[in-house]
Design a protein around this ligand. Structure first.
Ligand SMILES: *Cc1c(COP(=O)(O)O)cnc(C)c1O
Length: 386
């Protein structure tokens, strides 16, 4: 039974709301990633730190051998602190500031994923000042749509990310001209929460075309980085607790034609950490509205913003009630109408004091928390430390 996965008595004594991480599930998930990726020559997996930068989570992921994919200087610092080797750190982002680039240079990170020519010039200049040569990959916008929420597609021509494909050869030529940068790869990322392997296949086809074009210009890159984006099953966190990494890696192995000696890099975020985390919240009041019941809980969108930001679905369970189900709107205390976790969902009959688990919240949950309304940031607790 679902409630069985929660140590309810231990959770009862912790101040709500908080994140609860099932570290055993996280380790099993990492094991699945490592064993599936290992089946294919040259596959290298990084973890997209932006999904969850809790130091304990980062440490477990580092221990499994993944690299770190960062999108800010703060994430580079968090990764180094968690013990990631700097030659396993990659750094992407449309707006890298000088101190962030300098930080990457000081740590000799594996690669800067560059998103524009002006950025390339600044990296070259800052690297020159340090007497270094920065390894760069160009992030290309593959104009591949992903069948996911419009706010989380990134690989369409209209998005702000990446460099247009038609400029690929000229930006590589530009990098050859600059003495303090070296182009070592191509980088892509088409979006998030992608469950249709056809979307990744479309990316593979595009990468193959681009590599053919490079070949015509006698250009070779050491690595291809296809980003992340593999989705998870938000509806069935128990039944499908580990994403289908086999299909994911097999798709790339089958469809993407690597050149001799090339490595293929991945940057998985959500698929690594989403299912191991739940937001645990206490029911404050049951309010009988004119037409429906509200379960008013002590967590709000300051703790988990995905429902308010993306109309994201999270399964919610009452982990302290076995009574027959009733329909509720589950809402938070924040003074905004969007502070709603779910509408008209079935919960075991709920009363003041009951604990609810908002499931699949390990990715883009704790890390996106804010202090709006002067609220405290939620803490994260590990199952193996309770
Ligand atoms: C967000 C992001 C990822 C991770 O995306 P997921 O959907 O969480 O796997 C990977 N690479 C880049 C460049 C990103 O911006």
């Amino acid at each position: 039974m679902a409630k069985g996965i929660f140590p309810v008595e231990k959770l009862q004594s912790i101040q709500t709301p908080f994140y609860y991480y099932d570290t055993e599930l996280l380790r099993q998930t990492l094991q699945a990633i490592v064993s599936e990726a290992r089946k294919h020559d040259g596959f290298v997996v990084h973890y997209a730190v932006k999904a969850n930068a809790n130091p304990k989570i980062l440490r477990i992921i580092r221990e499994a051998g993944l690299g770190a994919d960062c999108v800010s200087g703060g994430e580079i610092e968090a990764s180094v602190k968690a013990g990631f080797a700097s030659n396993k750190i990659v750094y992407a982002g449309v707006g890298k500031s000088d101190w962030e680039i300098n930080l990457g240079l000081e740590h000799d990170i594996f690669c800067f994923n560059v998103e524009s020519i002006p950025e390339l010039e600044v990296i070259n200049e800052l690297a020159a000042a340090k007497g270094k040569v920065a390894r760069v990959a160009f992030r290309l916008n593959p104009n591949v749509g992903a069948h996911t929420h419009a706010n989380i597609t990134t690989g369409l021509a209209e998005n702000k990310f990446g460099i247009a494909m038609r400029d690929m050869v000229s930006v590589i030529r530009e990098a050859e001209r600059l003495p303090n940068v070296k182009c070592v790869g191509l980088h892509f990322h088409i979006g998030s929460q992608i469950l249709d392997m056809g979307d990744f296949e479309a990316l593979c086809n595009r990468v193959n075309e681009l590599q053919d074009e490079l070949e015509r210009h006698r250009i070779r890159v050491e690595h291809i980085n296809v980003g992340g984006g593999l989705g998870i099953d938000y509806a069935h966190p128990n039944r499908v607790s580990i994403p289908d990494f086999k299909s994911y890696f097999d798709t790339y192995a089958k469809k993407l034609k690597l050149r001799n000696g090339q490595t293929l890099h991945f940057e998985l975020g959500r698929a690594v950490v989403a299912q191991c985390g739940s937001l645990i919240t206490r029911t404050l009041y049951i309010k009988e509205g004119a037409t429906k019941k509200f379960a008013i809980v002590d967590a709000g969108f300051t703790d988990l913003i995905r429902p308010a930001l993306y109309q994201a679905y999270h399964k919610i369970e009452n982990i302290t009630s076995e009574e027959p189900t009733e329909a509720y709107d589950v809402v938070g205390p924040i003074c905004e109408s969007t502070d709603v976790f779910a509408k008209q969902i079935d919960l075991n009959r709920t009363k003041r004091g009951d604990l609810l688990a908002i499931r699949s919240a390990g990715a883009y949950g704790e890390i996106m928390a804010s202090q709006y309304n002067c609220r405290k940031l939620p803490l994260g607790y590990m199952s193996d430390e309770l």
